[in-house]
Design a protein around this ligand. Structure first.
Ligand SMILES: Cc1ncc(COP(=O)(O)O)c(C=O)c1O
Length: 382
């Protein structure tokens, strides 16, 4: 009885694992959850204070569908200073989470029969949104560093969109200027739109984040997506945004205003605080990133010590681990959950060429990571 369109989409793999892990926890087992895409840090105090004040001021009603003017201006300013992207506040659409931004702009760009290029591995939601639009994902393989090669070879006359995500989920890979310039040239030469999902921009280790939207000639070709979930540990608040050419914003706004209307009013006010608090916000981000970095090092060193050959990811808080010698991602994810009580995500969720891998999220305490390495050793290593 359900629509063909929704039958094309699978349940989110990360949520499916979370449900399974929660069942096992209810049976009384101590599950180490390394499957989640959310910082395990508290939202910084000044942002929490700000939402309380906003509610007390009575900012609890409908707002303009595209977002409150103060937040759109703060985002335009942030994009200018942090990312070198020039947009007016009218080219900004505030959304309830970056995920909603991805959904809306993919629907705004793609028609049935179109093709969209995804780099394998890619975050699970992109393919679902492309399918929902009636379009098709064309997967570009990546090399050992999770860098795509020869993206141009995958362009056809049906290609309307390329989605990039740096720093990336699930591999933590960070694109350099040369690769971004290659994508830019392909986009301009073939009249293709690029969605650049930059939600992990602040969670980066020793590398510099670069926005393709700052490159010459890209103004009409780039849709930049970002949000507050990762940088400010605000996953539950649901606040994201998109900056794009006016026609894309107009189309996405139609979808937003007829569905979710807008992001919660007081959450938008807290978003203004997050962006304009300067040092206070920067300090909170720095502390979180330093802790993520330490955990990444513990995880990578620990896995190396038990025989895995893995590189240190440059960004986000995930490690994409090759487990082909142990039966591949699906087998190992199931084994780790059932026998070691560790929840990870199988690589097959992230693309057709990624089934040898599992994604390990290190958004968990150092103790849990040490514990997980021991359990992985006891379960996988003969
Ligand atoms: C690559 C990527 N983009 C977007 C999102 C969505 O973030 P939000 O919580 O703002 O919807 C996520 C969340 O996991 C993500 O990994």
């Amino acid at each position: 009885m359900t629509s063909r369109r929704l039958n094309l989409i699978k349940e989110s793999a990360t949520l499916a694992i979370a449900n399974l892990a929660s069942d096992i926890t209810k049976q009384g087992h101590d599950v180490i959850t390394l499957s989640l895409g959310e910082p395990d840090f508290a939202t910084p105090g000044h942002i929490c204070d700000s939402v309380m004040q906003s509610i007390r001021r009575g900012e609890t009603h409908y707002t303009p569908a595209a977002g409150i003017p103060e937040l759109k201006s703060a985002i335009a300013e942030k994009l200018r200073t942090d990312n070198g992207i020039t947009v007016t506040p009218d080219q900004v659409l505030v959304t309830p989470g970056a995920k909603q931004a991805v959904f809306e702009v993919v629907q705004a760009v793609l028609d049935e029969g179109d093709e969209a290029i995804l780099l394998d591995p890619a975050w699970v939601t992109y393919d679902a949104c492309i399918r929902y639009a009636g379009a098709r994902s064309v997967w570009v393989p990546t090399d050992n560093d999770f860098m795509p090669r020869e993206v141009g070879d995958y362009v056809t006359e049906k290609t309307k969109l390329i989605i990039i995500n740096s720093p990336g989920n699930p591999a933590g890979s960070v694109f350099d200027r040369k690769l971004l310039e290659e994508v830019r040239d392909i986009a301009i030469d073939n009249e293709i739109m690029v969605i650049s999902d930059e939600i992990y921009e602040k969670i980066i280790y020793g590398r510099v984040h670069m926005s393709i939207g700052s490159f010459d000639g890209m103004q009409d070709h780039v849709i930049t997506i970002n949000g507050f979930s990762k940088s400010y540990a605000m996953t539950g608040w649901r606040l994201g945004y998109v900056a794009a050419p006016p026609d894309i914003i107009k189309a996405a706004l139609k979808l937003q205003s007829h569905s979710v209307s807008h992001a919660a009013s007081f959450v938008q006010h807290a978003g203004v605080t997050a962006l304009s608090a300067g040092q206070e916000s920067a300090d909170a981000i720095d502390a979180m990133v330093a802790e993520f970095r330490a955990r990444r090092d513990i995880l990578v060193d620990g896995l190396r010590s038990i025989g895995f050959d893995c590189k240190k990811p440059d960004g986000a808080f995930y490690l994409f681990l090759d487990v082909a010698p142990y039966g591949g991602g699906d087998v190992v994810a199931k084994l780790l959950l059932r026998e070691a009580y560790i929840a990870v995500t199988p690589g097959s969720a992230f693309g057709p060429g990624s089934s040898d891998f599992i994604r390990i999220s290190y958004a968990a305490s150092r103790e849990r990571i040490y514990d997980a390495i021991e359990r992985i050793r006891d379960t996988l290593i003969p």
